[in-house]
Design a protein around this ligand. Structure first.
Ligand code: AMP
Length: 588
């Protein structure tokens, strides 16, 4: 297939705001694409060459792209550079300059999808001496044989700016439309949730149909989307919802880790699918040593412990592990334990379909528990009083709260979904009205007075899973200490955007925009209807969105969460509902 075919489809996707239309465009394209190429086409439509859990990202610096555009189009570098500064979009610049090429190429080779993938892979893998030069030359060679539209998407892809609206959910809809039926949509989504590989799902459905898709199951080496918890405002409501009986576990304050224990080696993934193995080599080793299964996938929370007292330490201590360069020192200075809470796979069997008690039983019996490998503290609770006592014990043990887990027959591991099979309850719920929020920074306002010359406040957004867009909920200016204020440019400026990023919906206009990249934890007093914030706009009341009042940064940068994993708009709607029913009646 020619890359121009793909570029035309991207252009059509970009020119519609309707998700239904996008789905139809993609479905039609998937049907006519070569089955063998579909996997790569799906990755390319998301600006990638492989699933996220495979290391490596395309992220060429604008200055190299400017050089390549100048070379391929025959225009001076300073012209291209000035245009990139003005537009903030090397794609647009490449398109314009390639269409005004100074001389026609005498020899040009077809730009096939195959060639594009091969050369983009060279760019992604270029390493060491001369790598910048090689990247730029490879891109120039691609641009040399491109038309204007192809050049637009090549330059957006290499700089990590490819956002044509092909969000995961839209691609899954399109696959169902092209190769199956609406009724098959949940099974297709499950295949994605247990493999985190949308290209694999596309290839499987195109080649083997729904039977093959249903055969996709959890496997060691391919991370599984994590199961998430709902929240309720009191232990009483949790007990009622759980039918009077449930398991409760301590909720540890650390980093969630999904461990893929192979016969020879172990890989640890974060909830955003980053490979954390090199941050916790000691945990990886202990898990292998203590695991009685040949192969297993488990989940647990990695928590720092005080080497003197054995007490658990706050979250910040584990993040040091992620930042430290000298891993040997970190392993010695910040001892860590893993508190295991789930078993997803053991010796050839996908355990995600089993109920909670069966998974937990096989987890405990499948390991020599001890040393760095522990089980989460758990108790079966049968009344509100027992639940409250357990919650008090959790706080006394320096945990942040409890996780209630259903004991019903259908208490399976629901990959990638948030539901009431797990309900969290944290100590923050007792002080403030709501849970904390993990929000994405999409803009900043310059400060005044003491903060003059620095960013003084940030525009924060939640993620809408349906549309794949970021919608604003508050302007955040409280909770920043001097060190954070000073560090803001280095944290944020890598994602500066000249204009409002296409994935952001905002009425408020900040002094600078950012591509969604950084997630911060925020607490707030309440959620209110707001005419200036775009989250859930028109959902509860025409002309109103939802905003959060008196937001305060907790000091925690959630670098374990990707922007798409931040608090969702539907969670905020739900929290608003919970708060509206609260007897304090604070919301209205
Ligand atoms: P939150 O990040 O507030 O949505 O809470 C969910 C997170 O709590 C999970 O993703 C885990 O990282 C963490 N967690 C701590 N203890 C447990 C536990 N016993 N069971 C499940 N998750 C836990």
């Amino acid at each position: 297939m020619l890359y121009s075919d793909l570029a035309e489809t991207f252009d059509r996707l970009e020119s519609t705001g309707s998700r239904l239309e996008m789905t139809a465009i993609l479905a039609e394209f998937f049907k006519r694409a070569d089955k063998k190429e579909l996997r790569r086409i799906v990755y390319l439509s998301q600006g990638k060459l492989h699933p996220d859990f495979v290391p490596g990202v395309l992220g060429m610096a604008d200055r190299l792209v400017v050089k390549a555009i100048a070379k391929a189009s025959g225009h001076p570098e300073d012209v291209a550079e000035k245009m990139v500064v003005e537009t903030g979009d090397p794609g647009q610049v490449a398109e314009a300059l390639i269409s005004r090429k100074k001389q026609m190429a005498l020899f040009s080779e077809d730009l096939t999808v195959d060639r594009v993938v091969r050369q983009l892979t060279e760019i992604e893998n270029a390493d060491g001496k001369d790598s910048q030069d090689r990247k730029q030359k490879t891109l120039a060679s691609l641009l040399h044989d491109s038309g204007p539209l192809e050049a637009r998407y090549l330059c957006r892809t290499v700089t990590g700016r490819m956002r044509v609206g092909a969000a995961d959910m839209t691609i899954l809809d399109a696959l169902a439309e092209a190769f199956a039926t609406k009724e098959d949509r949940p099974a297709i989504e499950r295949a994605f949730n247990v493999t985190c590989d949308i290209g694999l799902v596309a290839e499987t459905i195109a080649e083997g149909g729904m039977d093959a898709v249903r055969g996709i199951s959890v496997s060691v080496g391919s991370p599984v989307k994590v199961m998430l918890a709902e929240r309720l405002p009191s232990i009483g409501e949790i007990m009622e919802r759980m039918g009077g009986r449930c398991a409760m576990e301590f909720k540890y304050d650390g980093i969630r880790v999904q461990a893929h224990i192979g016969r020879e080696s172990v890989k640890l993934y974060s909830r955003r699918l980053e490979d954390l193995t090199s941050n916790f080599p000691d945990i990886a080793e202990s898990l292998r040593e203590r695991c009685k299964y040949g192969e297993a996938i488990i989940e647990g929370e990695c928590v720092a412990v005080d080497p003197e007292t054995g007490n658990m330490l706050p979250f910040q201590n584990v993040t040091h592990r992620r930042k430290k360069h000298g891993m040997d020192e970190a392993v010695r200075d910040v001892p860590v334990r893993i508190f295991m809470f789930d078993l997803l796979f053991a010796d050839g069997t996908d355990r995600t379909h089993d109920p909670y008690e069966s998974r937990r039983g096989s987890l405990e019996s499948g390991f020599e528990i001890g040393g760095q490998v522990q089980m989460t503290t758990m108790r079966v609770v049968e009344s509100r009083e027992e639940g409250e006592e357990f919650f008090a014990n959790a706080l006394a043990a320096r945990c942040e709260g409890i996780m209630a887990k259903s004991l019903a027959e259908d208490s399976v591991y629901r990959a990638g979904s948030r539901g009431f099979l797990w309900i969290k309850y944290k100590k923050d719920y007792q002080q403030a009205l709501t849970d904390s929020f993990d929000l994405t920074v999409v803009g900043a306002f310059y400060g005044m007075g003491k903060r003059a010359g620095r960013y003084g406040a940030l525009l924060m957004a939640a993620y809408d899973q349906e549309t794949g867009r970021f919608e604003t909920v508050c302007k955040l200016g409280t909770g920043f200490d001097d060190a954070f204020l000073d560090g803001m440019p280095s944290l944020l400026d890598g994602s500066l955007s000249e204009t409002r990023p296409p994935s952001v919906d905002a009425e408020m206009v900040p002094d600078v925009w950012f591509e969604p990249a950084v997630v911060l934890e925020v607490v707030a007093a309440e959620i209110t209807l707001s005419p200036i914030h775009t989250a859930a706009m028109d959902v509860l009341k025409p002309g109103s969105g939802l905003g959060i009042r008196f937001p305060r940064f907790t000091g925690r940068v959630r670098d374990d969460k990707s922007p798409e994993q931040c608090t969702t708009v539907s969670e905020i709607v739900e929290m608003y509902g919970m708060q509206a029913h609260d007897s304090d009646g604070l919301s209205e």
